[in-house]
Design a protein around this ligand. Sequence first.
Ligand SMILES: [Ca+2]
Ligand SMILES: [Ca+2]
Length: 154
Amino acid sequence: MGIGMNLFQQARHGQQQEQTFLDTTAGILYGGHLLTLNSASENTFVLNTFNANSWLGAYQTSKASEPGGYWAWITGEAFSYSNWRSGEPNNSGGGEDVAEMYNSTYSGQWNDLGATNGRSYIIEYGIIISVPEPATFAMAALILVAVALGKRNR
Ligand SMILES: [Ca+2]
Ligand SMILES: [Ca+2]
């Protein structure tokens, strides 16, 4: 997580109630991680449940192919589903390397943005359930805990 870790470190400032991308990783201490989304139904569920502009646990592992290249989930899950808003990601200003999910104003679509912005965040606690038949695959059951925080201080 080279660049990702750098992003986390860049974001290590500010005491907003809404949190920077780095600050949200505190959730990991409690066994969770920043929200990852793997399907349209999951995206819709989160939108309908929380309806907030919220960090996603998404970041770029390299800036070699801006704006759309090298997006990854902090969990290491395959980045197989995405829901970018039209025209996003756009790497606006050259420094948008993490992502947020919009609220219902933009239908829960995604935007890339800088890591030092303040956003609400959602910590996801995944429970791995082993499904023995017919194939052995793991299914993530999601328990989502909203941490919907107040207005930005500025
Ligand atoms: Ca970028
Ligand atoms: Ca953007």
